[in-house]
Design a protein around this ligand. Structure first.
Ligand code: UDP
Length: 232
């Protein structure tokens, strides 16, 4: 376990993360999984509720080059990046019964077209009064995995607050994954992913997101500063 800015991130490979999910599905007890990138970890430094939720999660995977860098800089043995989109794609290929909850109307449905193991979909725009029905619909499908794409931290808070009502062993916050699976947001070309430049690709594609990128240098600075002050 690597503690990064107060959040415990699991030092897992993709294979180990997949194995942990297999185990959680067998256990049947509803559990929360988060994939933590630099932006999420930065947010958790001033969103105490999010921080507590992450620290109570069954697993927090190192999503993004920033998280892997931070863990290694702090001296932890962080093997590799376990990105949310890759984790979800791998799980879908294992044919677990999955439910897609989130994104704009039609997106989750379109994303599900390529995966026969998806047992239900629901868009991510709803009011409080609709929640019991949404939860009942999810439970009625007997899904093994619930993917929740409402954005950070809304999805983590939603899962945490409803975990005792959800009859699903594994619930994962997946951000904009349905937009990617539906083909609405392209992933960066492989060479950019390998060069750890996926963030740059996204900023070029959606300039409205560019402001959020400031979280990355802030994150690097904060991790660096904290580690220096611990040394002295
Ligand atoms: N979204 C949603 N309900 C909301 C707010 C957002 O379903 O009330 C969806 C939005 O349509 C998008 C996803 O949540 O599909 C957020 O994507 P983003 O890439 O911004 O995720 P993050 O960077 O927060 O992981």
């Amino acid at each position: 376990m690597a503690e990064i800015l107060g959040v415990n991130v699991d030092c897992v490979t993709m294979a180990q993360a997949m194995q942990k999910i297999d185990e959680l599905i067998l256990l049947k007890k509803p559990s929360l999984i988060a994939t933590a990138n630099a932006e999420m970890l930065m947010l958790a430094t001033h969103d105490f509720e999010l921080k507590q939720i992450l620290n109570s999660a069954a697993m927090v995977t190192p999503d993004g080059a920033g998280t892997v860098w931070a863990a290694r800089h702090l001296g932890f043995n962080m093997p590799e990046r376990v990105a949310g989109v890759d984790l979800v794609t791998n799980l879908l290929h294992k044919n677990y019964k999955s439910y897609f909850f989130g994104a704009a109307p039609g997106v989750a449905k379109k994303a599900a077209e390529n995966f026969p193991s998806v047992v239900g979909t629901r868009n991510g725009f709803f009011s409080k009064v609709e929640e019991p029905k949404i939860i009942a619909d999810i439970n009625a499908t007997n899904a093994d995995i619930l993917l929740v794409g409402l954005g950070v931290p809304k999805q983590e808070k939603w899962i945490f607050n409803n975990l005792d009502k959800l009859n699903v062993p594994v619930c994962i916050g997946v951000g904009g994954t349905f937009d990617v699976l539906a083909g609405n947001t392209p992933r960066a070309p492989m060479w950019m992913q390998r060069a750890k430049l996926e963030w740059l690709f996204r900023a070029l594609l959606q300039p409205s997101r560019a402001g959020r990128l400031i979280a990355l240098p802030k994150f690097v600075f904060k991790v660096y500063k904290n580690s220096e002050s611990e040394k002295s």
